[in-house]
Design a protein around this ligand. Sequence first.
Ligand SMILES: [Zn+2]
Length: 190
Amino acid sequence: MPSAPQRFGYYRRLSAKDRAIYRRSDAITSLALHDPPRVGLPCDAIEAALREDDRRAVQRASQALSRAVCEDLGVSVVPVRVLARRPADATGELHGLYERHEDGRTLIRVWMRTAAHERVVAFRTYLRTLVHELCHHLDYEHLRLADSYHTRGFFQRESSLVRQLRPAPETADEGEPRDPSPQLALPGFG
Ligand SMILES: [Zn+2]
């Protein structure tokens, strides 16, 4: 017997229109870069800058990676702003954020220090966060989805991009949230 599609719990609370977007997102499990080695070039600079705790250099290299991914896939380049310490509240730490405004402006914010201990985050964790936020941008501009949901397909696309940018045996940070919030649930970001 074929198993039912594995959808996150919040799917049930979506409208019929949003469920259709969710299902389209869920069905796309990878993104293919045209020239992965070239696109992944800034990864070395990101890794070095994190090691040296150089926020400006992390931002420069992150912006270069965003540009390379967006240009490779033929979409508008999303600016990246790298901030120091992650904001935290009772529900946990914010790692990154994708903003998309009605006037067309977009922005990715990523944090390079944990809130709890103010340590610089590990390179692969940082890369995954940046790629995660880029995937939200690509949902709108590359896949032409009307909204960007955290679906299993979304997390698979994120993994596929990380693997292309930095081929390496994946470690334990491969996990995904069990029942993540839909994207852009924060007030003011739509
Ligand atoms: Zn997200």
